[in-house]
Design a protein around this ligand. Sequence first.
Ligand code: UGA
Length: 445
Amino acid sequence: MISAPPKVAIIGLGHVGLPTALGFAELGFQVVGADDDPAKARQIAQGRMPFFEPGLDERLRRHLAQQRFTVADTVQEAMRSAEILFVCVGTPQREDGSADMAQIEAVARSIARSLNGYKLVVEKSTSPVRTAEQIKRTIRRYANGSDHPFDVAVNPEFLREGTAWTDFLHPDRIVLGVESERARALLLELFRPLIERLPADRVIVTDLNTAELIKHASNAFLAAKISFINLMADFCEASGADVALVARGMGLDPRIGPAFLRAGAGFGGYCLPKDLRALIRMGEERGLDVALLRAVEEINRRRVDRLVAKVEQAVWVLRGKTVAILGVAFKPGTDDIREAPALKVMERLLAAGARVQAYDPQALSNARALLPPDGDRVQYSDSAYEAARGAHVLVLLTEWPEFLDLDLDRLAAAMEVPILVDGRNLFDPAAARAAGFDYVGMGRP
Ligand code: UGA
């Protein structure tokens, strides 16, 4: 007898949950999604993306139309209707830097009350080590004597915002933390279409705690690479060297690799800063020496100081100056502005008495909500040229590829004073200078 493929429920339809849900639908599984925000769930059910992620809107509409992907009215309904439950809810940061586990705990209690047969509960949200154990304990505690069996597994997510779709379909590795043969077999079946495309050594099956730590270690290491190259950028500025070439020279060593060595405004977003802080807290709670991780965070924090100092140096006095900001999103390809370096720089410039005129291809409505337009102090523009109009300095903070198509002569001509602070080293300094800009990069001579 051929058994039907397992049905998958995705709990939490955010930046991780929604691409995962559509990804499994694309692989041919029946997927039901649920979110405890009813407005968001309704919007998704109507085929409208709640955030910008390239390529997802078309897939959302297609899988909804084919009913491969459905949105449940309630989270419990989704839990009852599937065998494999992916927990993709948020683990936001608490004031002390640790991860707030309230949403995961609530999901675990809900699962306990929804047990109507075997369930495989897969933790996908980035969580501190031993969260899976807590989920297991919580489900047992609240299961009210139910004798339906369940397993808890960990499947850390490595997809990036902006490239979530490709990252889901072409992962560089798949990590499965399991503690039963049944869980292992189910997950291997679910991931088989992806595993078949991967070399065998790219699939790692571990215990629960190891899988959780792999995720935290990966994000912390990426953060460390960025802070390292940013420190080197400072060395370059102090010595007349060029950090782009230093990164290239380092990256050609296969032990180092070229990725994540772009110096600039530092790392932002919902993952790297938050996960790094959570790992620091986890280490502190266990009495470990986390000085290395603290330095990574501190170097990143100082990128904002460094940028503001560069802008100030360029215009001499900030008060009363108009600063054009190119790029508000924490990186290109997304409308996400959470922990975006650009916002921090904008706030600091405003506090120093400057005016800002900002443009971003995708993130303006999120920016308006967080830092509302305010007379001529904060303005949002419909184009880079409009943002540059009458400005005393132009500051690039997100390296959207389309900025490379800008007519630099036109941009310079629109400004009161053509100064360009290139916070991501996007532009060619010679081309910028040829257009009349006074060019200031990050770690470039
Ligand atoms: C990150 C990880 O890269 C993913 O593998 C992980 O799955 C995800 O977090 C998560 O935990 O959910 P993401 O937050 O989408 O993904 O963004 P990244 O591409 O990692 O970029 C993070 C920040 O680092 C951005 O602000 C970016 O501008 C900055 N960055 C990146 C640099 O400053 N320099 C670089 O060389 C690379």
